[in-house]
Ligand binder design. Structure first.
Ligand code: B12
Length: 469
């Protein structure tokens, strides 16, 4: 069979413009491709790379006439994905169309439509493998675990029950040869940038674990992982790492260091095998504070930047989202990382009910923090999370189209236009705190041009985001 796996291109400018700064591999499709049994051809079409994605998709469908099309879905892509599936139905009517990804996992009912032949929920490897085998043998797709068939009678309970994630070591290594590593780059924060080297290196994504044992009310991952952290065998992680050709690696775990023993074993294996790469990972402040030696070890093997979800400027706000960390802990972790020469990406979240005063408090706070690459999003609970269940009936817009963590989905206290003026001010003030804004940093001229273009594009997308409602 000829199989085409597709990653949609977002419609929102707030996401498209972010791509100028961080644009990462379609790793999910690399995993799904690796699960396809021998003897079939698989291709990945990353529509994010296309200027005119619909035209490119149609052209590829016509020339390839795939037997099977698999599409991935984040929530903000739902409308686009349904359009793409409709386009595929018309252009290549014999193709079977399967949808998978985060939205299909949590809210499969939204794809219970004639455009789709099957909905894969949760981790996609085993179900997709079975889908391919059934189609090859001419069998129906019903009765495959974690696969739902549109048009059949589902019970509400069945659609609401979240699938279990399999043991991570049962998954194949993702097929990384199905995309061009040149295309995927990330703005790489460091405390001391190596002179005249690019700040947009080719970057690989690597998963060392799945799941999280916390219970932040806005995140669905603890529910999907039943509040457990599921680590991969460290030696297998490092086997995969060794084969990665890029020098820069972005760990796409929910929390790479939450199991310190696991993170330590990976670091030791990297050290033992003499692998020389640079790393970017996410961590909780509390983990940094509890295990400083672990971060020193990781620094010695190449950890350049840690993403800290600081979220807020006051303890009251942190409490309201069940974050289980305090401002003092965030500050302590931030300083500790800087002292180790590890750059910090400090991520903040603003709320729909922010007033001018709240924005001022946040801006004052950010102005005073030690150097950090600051990012800010709008509190947007992921579908399926506790907070999403509580607030979804209050949405003032399409339930999914603006679900990119850059749009307040419930009514704002101040007018939207004003809200975005302040929100983009947070980004501007944050930009001044970047550790690379240092007179000693020597950057390549074309990188400076790319930064100016990307930052101004992103900033204008933010200022104009009120028009998306
Ligand atoms: C790394 C990451 C990013 C990276 C980008 C990654 C990339 N490849 O481009 C960055 C930091 C840029 C990012 C940005 C955003 N992200 Co993000 N991100 C993640 C994170 C931490 C890991 C994603 C990942 O790489 N996983 C590894 C792959 C292998 O796993 P997977 O995506 O789950 O895919 C498996 C299954 O879903 C399934 N599957 C997926 N697709 C398909 C397709 C088929 C056909 C089949 C059969 C199966 C299948 O099988 C896959 C293989 O195991 C997740 C959290 C998480 N644990 O998933 C959030 C997460 C995916 N992000 C999320 C969001 C909201 C965003 C943003 C919209 C928000 C923002 N402003 O930051 C943007 C949008 C980016 C975009 N282009 O659309 C949400 C999505 C929720 C939702 N319902 O849509 C998540 C789940 C975070 C959360 N806790 O809510 N993100």
């Amino acid at each position: 069979m000829k199989i085409l796996l597709v990653k949609p291109k977002a419609r929102l400018q707030t996401i498209r413009k972010l791509g100028g700064l961080i644009f990462l591999e379609p790793l999910e499709l690399g995993y799904v491709a690796a699960a396809v049994p021998e003897g079939h051809s698989v291709e990945i079409l990353d529509l994010r790379l296309a200027r005119n994605p619909d035209r490119i998709f149609r052209a590829r469908l016509k020339s390839l006439q795939p037997d099977l099309i698999g599409i991935s879905s984040y929530t903000h892509e739902v409308t686009k994905v349904i359009e793409l599936a409709g386009l595929a139905r018309k252009t290549s009517p014999k193709s079977k169309i399967v949808i998978g990804g985060h939205h299909a996992t949590v809210l499969p009912g939204d794809f219970n439509r004639p455009e789709f032949d099957a909905i894969v929920r949760g981790e996609g490897c085993a179900p997709f493998h079975d889908v391919v085998q059934c189609l090859e043998k001419g069998n129906t797709l019903s009765h495959i675990e974690n696969v739902m068939i549109p048009g059949t009678n589902w019970s509400r309970e069945e659609a609401e029950e979240l699938p279990l994630y399999p043991a991570p070591d049962t998954l194949p290594e993702p097929k990384r040869n199905l995309w061009n590593p040149e295309d995927y780059r990330c703005f790489w924060p460091t405390m001391k940038h190596p002179q005249w080297q690019t700040v947009f290196p080719k970057t690989a994504l690597l998963r060392t674990s799945f799941g999280c044992c916390m219970n932040c009310n806005f995140c669905v991952i603890p529910l999907l992982s039943r509040r457990t952290h599921m680590p991969r065998d460290p030696e297998k992680v490092v086997d995969e790492l060794e084969k990665i050709q890029q020098d820069h690696v972005y760990f796409c775990d929910d929390e790479t260091f939450i199991d310190p023993g696991h993170a330590q074993r990976i670091a030791e294996a990297i050290q033992r095998r003499g692998i020389n790469k640079r790393y970017f990972a996410w961590a909780r402040s509390t983990t940094v504070n509890r295990h400083p030696d672990l971060f020193k070890l990781w620094r010695s093997i190449g950890l350049d930047c840690v993403f800290l979800g600081m979220e807020a400027a006051t303890n009251e706000q942190l409490d309201s989202m069940d974050k289980h960390s305090t401002i003092e802990e965030n500050q302590q972790a931030h300083q500790a990382l800087i002292n180790m020469d590890i750059a910090v990406q400090a991520a903040f979240m603003v709320n729909a009910d922010y007033t001018e005063k709240d924005f001022n408090v946040l801006c004052d706070y950010i102005e005073k923090i030690p150097p950090a690459q600051v990012t800010s999003t709008v509190f947007t609970p992921s579908p399926g999370s506790t907070a999403w269940h509580e607030e979804k009936d209050k949405y003032i817009c399409h339930p999914y189209d603006l679900h990119d963590c850059m749009h307040p989905l419930t009514r704002t206290k101040i007018p939207l236009r004003k809200f975005y003026r302040h929100f983009s001010r947070v980004a501007e003030i944050g930009g001044k705190r970047n550790p690379l804004r240092n007179p000693q940093t020597r950057m390549m001229p074309r990188d400076i041009f790319r930064i100016i273009r990307s930052v101004s594009g992103y900033s204008s997308a933010l200022k104009n985001a009120w028009k998306d409602f």
